[in-house]
Structure formats: C-alpha cells, structure tokens
Design a protein around this ligand. Structure first.
Ligand SMILES: Nc1nc2c(ncn2[C@@H]2O[C@H](COP(=O)(O)OP(=O)(O)OP(=O)(O)O)[C@@H](O)[C@H]2O)c(=O)[nH]1
Length: 270
C-alpha cells in the first residue's frame, strides 16, 4: 500500500501474536460441539492461500457480528473484557443498553475481525439491546454456572436473539461462566445439564472463568475461526471469487458499525 502523504509504504496495523490463528481451534467437549471436524474445510484452505498471497489492503478485511446475551449478572461483560482487555472487574456494574468491542485476528494469513456486542441483561434495557440483535453471525448465550436458573433462561434469550435473524444463519454458543466458583463434582453436574440444553439449542457448549481466564481465549479463538470459515464458505456459495474479498467486506470499523446498528439507535454504549 502507498501512503500518499510521504510516499512511504504502509501496512495494516500489526496483530499481536496472541491473535494469530493457523489451525482450527478445538471444541471444549465433543459431546457439545456442532462442528466436530479437526481441520479447516479444503475450500477454506485454498481461499486463504489465495487471499493471503494477494495481500489485500487492510480496509478490505472481513468482520463478523457477535451478539452476547443472557441474564443480568451472569458475567457477559467480564467475559468480553477478559478476552479483549485481559482484565477482570470484581464489582458488578450493569451494562446500560449495549456496548461493543472490535477484536482483530489474522486467520490463516487473512485479516479478520469480530465485532462483539455486549447487551444488558436487565429487563428494563431489553428493548434497547434487542435492537442490536439483527445481522448477527454468532450468538453467545451466557449463563452463570453457580446459578442454575440462568441456564434455564438461555432458551428464551436465544429465541429472542433469533427472532431478529434468519433461522440457521447464526452459529450458536452456550457459555457457562464462573466455573471457578464450583467444586469439581458440581461443575461436572452443571456441565451435563448444559450439554443437554446446548444440544437442544444446536449450540456448542463451553465452560469458562473470566476471573482466572480459564478457557476464555480458547473459546473466542474457536468463535473467530468458525465465523471466519463460515464467511468464506458463504461467499463461495454466493459465487464470489475467492480473491475478491470475503463476504461483507468492510470499508472501516466506523462505516461497518453504521451499517449494522439500527437506524434509530446510537452506536456504542447507549
Ligand atoms: N468468580 C467469578 N465472578 C465472575 C466471573 N465473571 C463475572 N463475575 C462477577 O459477576 C458479576 C457480574 O458480571 P458482569 O460481567 O458485569 O455481568 P453481566 O452479565 O454483564 O451483567 P449485565 O450487564 O447486568 O447484563 C461481577 O461482580 C463479576 O465480578 C467469573 O468468571 N468468576
């Protein structure tokens, strides 16, 4: 890429090593995985090779929208903050409406981003948050492993998120947080219940702890990899040549957010 101001070559912002994915990350447990395969689809590999070789400009990278839903206090914000900022907040601060983060990856040599929407679990903010469900490629339904009621509510959260999206258009994940709070036996029992519900929801189950960081990065890498592959395969289905961007090519973070945010809503935290 040429920088017109000083004639020097400029390149996309570097991605830290911790956001580079070469191999398809493993699922948490095969009992609750919707994608049991252990490697990329052969078409994905070919498309990545081609695209990486062409060194597309950074502003033509791909982005997938991820919506995180679940009861209040289950740990949605902490989960996102642990992954995006590597921090853990012990004190509860309710999310007001919605908030978002953008995380950049390099997957098989191709730039890719996740736009992660954190929604409020409190009933009074639901109408604001639900306006942002549309256009999701990934829905993450979160429950607190130490509060079994929140697991029962995940079906309802998923139904509401899916009501704004086409059936079968999203990857669904069921995430149990606060695994650090449970003794082993109780954790195993809760996981068995969660796997059953995940199967009903056609979701992939993960147990994580934002406090200790256990499985948080592994989980988001898996999300990014599956969303990325989905973009490539969708483009192929739609007859988009592999060299011409992957799916919804983005112009910039700002332009993309304006497109995906509801017309009458605000961007960012409301
Ligand atoms: N021990 C432990 N506590 C956690 C974990 N994740 C979150 N918490 C605590 O749970 C409380 C709620 O976390 P939040 O992330 O704010 O919950 P939320 O789901 O975003 O809540 P709303 O914004 O109201 O929807 C906070 O006090 C966190 O410190 C975890 O993995 N382990």
């Amino acid at each position: 890429m040429q920088d017109n101001r000083n004639g020097r070559m400029t390149f996309p912002p570097p991605i830290g090593n911790d956001r580079v994915i070469w191999e398809l990350p493993k699922c948490y447990t095969p009992a609750a995985s919707v994608q049991l395969k252990i490697d990329w689809d052969i078409q994905t590999k070919a498309a990545c090779k081609d695209r990486a070789a062409r060194s597309q400009p950074w502003d033509r990278q791909k982005m997938s929208k991820v919506v995180v839903v679940g009861d209040l206090n289950v740990g949605k914000t902490c989960l996102i903050n642990r992954f995006c900022k590597d921090v853990f907040e012990r004190d509860y601060k309710a999310t007001i409406g919605v908030d978002f983060e953008i995380e950049r990856f390099e997957i098989s040599g191709v730039p890719f981003s996740l736009q992660i929407w954190d929604t409020a679990g409190q009933e009074k903010f639901k109408c604001i948050a639900s306006a942002y469900y549309r256009g999701a490629q990934v829905i993450i339904t979160v429950f607190d492993m130490a509060d079994i009621k929140s697991l029962d509510h995940t079906r309802q959260w998923l139904e509401e998120a899916m009501s704004e999206n086409e059936p079968g258009s999203c990857f669904i994940f069921l995430v149990g947080t606060k695994s650090d709070l449970l003794p082993l036996e109780e954790k195993q029992r809760t996981e068995r219940d969660a796997v059953r519900i995940a199967t009903e929801m056609h979701a992939e189950f993960w147990a994580v702890s934002s406090k200790t960081g256990e499985n948080v990065q592994e989980f988001f890498f898996r999300v990014a990899a599956l969303a990325f592959e989905n973009c490539i395969l969708k483009d192929m289905e739609n007859g988009v040549p592999v060299g011409i961007g992957l799916g919804d090519t983005i112009k910039s973070d700002r332009a993309n957010l304006e497109e995906t945010a509801p017309q009458d809503g605000k961007r960012g935290c409301c």
